[in-house]
Design a protein around this ligand. Structure first.
Ligand SMILES: Nc1ncnc2c1ncn2[C@@H]1O[C@H](COP(=O)(O)OP(=O)(O)OP(=O)(O)O)[C@@H](O)[C@H]1O
Ligand SMILES: Nc1ncnc2c1ncn2[C@@H]1O[C@H](COP(=O)(O)OP(=O)(O)OP(=O)(O)O)[C@@H](O)[C@H]1O
Ligand SMILES: [Mg+2]
Ligand SMILES: [Mg+2]
Lengths: 255, 255
């Protein structure tokens, strides 16, 4: 069971969109996937068609009360893909966990209870480096970093890498960077090209060859509660995430 | 001295871009403006050309140690516009303040020390509803909500309004909603039009008539440390923020 955190403290860079679509493509490819929503906004939950308001137990009970997650997992429209949903109560978790024992390892202990039920666990993180993201990084085998091709997003990258190193040192020696995925790439503007060149220069092979273009279908799909491959299989958004997952799973090794 | 918080827990909706450009247009219009950066990402600080790494005292010392902010204010390239800079240390403030006295009113007490030095104080918030944003809402006379014309952004709006109501009830009876500003509007796609129609239907006159279009110059300007009116005065990004400030200050009342 491989656990992958989707993290970047910069807001709006495509974390949830990547978490949903990576999960869905892996699932249609026959892998058993759990999508864990660690963001109180619950976008990964609603983006997969699950209404967080209708649920009485969510990841909040798992982290704060130590309840077993297997009872809270919800099926989705995609076969082989289940969601461990979030709720807005999670916003208080940061403060509620501060004085609790092993506050950083709550998610890791919970996912240990699901061992071998899934091939992949994909964890969507909120836009911060607080306790919820730390829990995700402490539980994960690797972290995938979506990076919007813009200046502010690039600025925050060094700080994210520094946090990942500290987590590896103090909480999770196994944690590696699975890669940096360039998102919302706009071929028409120079800024995307400049940011791509800068990131590839600094991070080399850590940057996936596949780039996700800006594509309005990707932002329409969540309002129907569907991943892109169910909403519009023929758009560039779908093909770029399919291509990405092939590179991600090592099917194609682009050099 | 009017204090305005720029808040929305959804990430990447244009909070910092609005904070910087609202501040700059007000300043060139002759108002004395302080831009307060309450986000550990320090994007408003670097977006105005100030390097947070070179500063030894920032808003962190103001909030945690209660130091007087007037010694930390930094001038910018724009006359009449100063910045109270952030730093990455601020990321720890949430946890550090949890058990402190009057943890929600630290910013309010600090800004009281600057009374009548400025006409406007614009506070940029991080993408969360945690203690840093609560401090900004507790100190503010009103809150301006940038809203990206996309589904996930719309979904979070009800929760933000709920939080604003609770702050008004328990911490700051004066807090009002100054308005909702639609950002990154793309005339070519239906999603923007649909979201606009939905928001105007629900929130009526709370939604500014001026809409900020998606404009690549707005995302290029921060890499030069300049607000849009110094980077490219003739682009649609500049004219839309100038138009917005006219509506914001009541110069034009569009109906
Ligand atoms: N490649 C893309 N092309 C066009 N729109 C996109 C693309 N990827 C994501 N979006 C849209 O951009 C917005 C931001 O993406 P998303 O919500 O996935 O980012 P995030 O990093 O999860 O945000 P947050 O920091 O708030 O959690 C959403 O409205 C989403 O639908
Ligand atoms: N109208 C616009 N047109 C094009 N790009 C924009 C526009 N407004 C903002 N941007 C760009 O979009 C990205 C997100 O904007 P910004 O950083 O201001 O949002 P934010 O809400 O402050 O994000 P965070 O939640 O991380 O604080 C930035 O790279 C910015 O340069
Ligand atoms: Mg998200
Ligand atoms: Mg910002």
């Amino acid at each position: 069971m491989e656990i992958i955190a989707i993290a970047n403290q910069k807001g709006g860079v495509g974390k949830t969109t990547t978490a949903i679509n990576l999960s869905a493509v892996l699932a249609v490819g026959g892998r058993r996937v759990l999508l864990v929503d660690m963001d109180p906004q619950a976008n990964a939950t609603s983006g997969m068609g699950v209404n967080p308001e209708l649920l009485d137990r969510t990841i909040y009970e798992v982290l704060i009360k130590g309840e077993n997650p297997s009872g809270m997992v919800v099926p989705t429209e995609v076969e082989n893909l289940e969601v461990l949903p979030s709720s807005k109560d999670l916003a208080g978790a940061e403060v509620e966990l501060v004085n609790e024992y092993s506050r950083e390892l709550r998610l890791k202990r919970a996912l240990d209870k699901l061992r071998d039920r899934y091939d992949f666990v994909i964890v969507d993180c909120p836009p911060s480096l607080g306790l919820l993201t730390v829990n995700a990084l402490a539980a994960a085998h690797s972290v995938l970093v979506p990076l919007q091709c813009e200046y502010f997003a690039l600025e925050g990258l060094a700080r994210l890498m520094h946090t990942i190193n500290r987590i590896r040192e103090f909480l999770n020696p196994e944690l590696s960077v699975r890669g940096i995925l360039l998102t919302m790439y706009d071929v028409r503007n120079n800024l995307s090209k400049e940011v791509e060149a800068e990131v590839r220069r600094h991070f080399g092979n850590l940057v996936f060859q596949t780039v996700i273009p800006r594509n309005v279908k990707l932002s329409e799909a969540p309002s129907y509660g569907k991943p892109i491959i169910l909403y519009d299989m023929n758009c560039k958004g779908a093909s770029s995430y399919i291509h990405f997952v092939q590179e991600f799973t090592g099917v194609i090794r682009e050099e």
